[in-house]
Design a protein around this ligand. Structure first.
Ligand code: NAI
Ligand code: MG
Length: 394
């Protein structure tokens, strides 16, 4: 029997294309695992009214380890319009299965490494004062609180009277008191001390374990005094146990500017759910974009690894496949780190580095050409060819 069982959830669109590529790499590197397929995504919303079926939860409960591709999400009305007519009057409401999974299993620590691969033509470059070019080496790991904050789902349009009344106890609500219910939308930013503490602690532990010299809390405490303030307070508390690691604090807006000025100055960055989402996409843009952005959603009991990109529907139907499998493959390497197989993970990352820097086999995004059937004529490699090249280097 294999030592590990991985629940594979390809999901929608290009998730179905890239996930099997990651499994091929895991097999090639000699990971002792078996794989069980689980249903997730749009198809299951349409046919069953549930994008995260109970049978998928049962598999995750049992095996604790997941690889996830991507899902398609659509706005409320469109979602209802695509639902099987037999289910339409049952009051079902579409929800994002990946957000639901993070909350259900308290996968509260999201890790998103953004590291430059040498020789990647998509790497960020900046102009030097003498007119030359300079390519800073980016090595940033974002720790995003994954279950709370503005994405916690506590929101209303036309909030019920009790909610309005409760808000009216705050002096700042006076400015909105005259707004009719249907014209009033509220999304709530909830932070708990426990979750702030956990994400900051994991960030510091990671910094220590991997030799980073700083942890930067990226929030907005001058405006969001309560929530961002709580994150900063916990960071100062945790820092006491990590004297060798500097604690820095940046505001999200300033951070978005600084990251193109001096990205090499940052190490571990920790942020709440939405700011972590934003800042991790921004850093990913410096190191190759969505085709390279990997992530792990980690709880005490269960962990699920996924590329940060979505289902890219416009590329899903193209055959041969054109999308970059590297984000998914690097997510699988993170899974290996998680189960204590870091040597294998490093071999995968080294193989990716070689393939990227040699530049012989590149998907359209690495060639900086438009994605589409024409891409192959212009020298782009298929998804499978990139995986093959990586496997050959293992
Ligand atoms: P997306 O990430 O699917 O695609 C945006 C663009 O990025 C693509 O058009 C393509 O140009 C590029 N891209 C993405 N992955 C790539 C890859 N592996 N190789 C090369 N290029 C790649 O985001 P979009 O278009 O905003 O959303 C499409 C669907 O995906 C939506 O339904 C959205 O809700 C969903 N989504 C799901 C996520 C998840 O499953 N975690 C995350 C983000 C979006
Ligand atoms: Mg995102």
């Amino acid at each position: 029997m294999a030592r590990h069982t991985v629940v594979t959830m390809p999901g929608d669109g290009i998730g179905m294309i890239v996930l099997p590529e990651a499994v091929r790499v895991l097999e090639a590197v000699g990971f002792d695992a078996e794989y069980v397929h689980a249903d997730i995504g749009w198809e299951f919303w349409r046919s069953e009214g549930n994008p995260l079926p109970d049978r998928t939860l049962a598999l995750l409960d049992r095996h604790k380890l997941g690889l996830f591709g991507a899902i398609t999400s659509k706005p409320k009305r469109e979602a209802l319009a695509e639902l099987d007519p037999a289910l339409r009057d049952k009051g079902l409401v579409y929800f994002s299965p990946i957000v639901a999974m993070r909350q259900r299993y308290n996968l509260d620590v999201c890790i998103r490494p953004c590291r430059s691969f040498g020789g990647n033509p998509l790497n960020f470059v900046r102009q030097t004062t003498d007119g030359g070019m300079d390519e800073p080496f980016v090595d940033v790991v974002i720790f995003r609180q994954n279950t709370e904050g503005l994405y916690c789902g506590l929101e209303w349009t036309d909030p019920p009277a009790q909610v309005r009344d409760a808000l009216a106890t705050h002096p700042k609500f006076a400015a909105f008191a005259g707004t009719p219910g249907p014209d009033l939308a509220i999304s709530t930013r909830v932070f708990t001390r426990n979750a702030c503490h956990r994400i900051v602690k994991r960030a510091f532990e990671y910094a220590r374990e991997h030799g980073y010299r700083s942890v930067t809390v990226c929030e907005k405490p001058n405006v969001l005094r309560e929530t961002s303030g709580m994150m900063e307070e916990e960071a100062r508390r945790v820092k006491v146990d990590f004297p060798e690691i500097a604690l820095w604090s940046t505001n999200i807006d300033a951070q978005m500017m600084w990251l193109t000025k001096n990205p090499e100055d940052y190490g571990v960055i920790v942020a709440g759910n939405m700011f972590g989402d934003i800042v991790s996409d921004a850093f990913a843009g410096l190191v190759g974009g969505l085709g390279f952005a990997c992530s792990g959603n980690i709880g005490d009991d269960i962990a699920v690894f996924e590329p940060t990109h979505g289902s890219a529907p416009k590329y899903a139907a193209l055959d041969p496949h054109i999308v970059n499998p590297i984000a998914m493959i690097l997510s699988a390497a993170m899974l290996l780190d998680h189960v204590g197989e870091s040597a294998k993970a490093e071999r995968i990352r080294a193989a990716v580095t070689t393939v990227v820097s040699e530049g012989r086999v590149r998907t359209y995004d690495m060639l900086k050409i438009p994605g589409g059937p024409d891409a192959f004529r212009k020298g782009a490699a298929t998804t499978e060819a990139v995986t093959d090249a990586i496997i050959a280097k293992l």
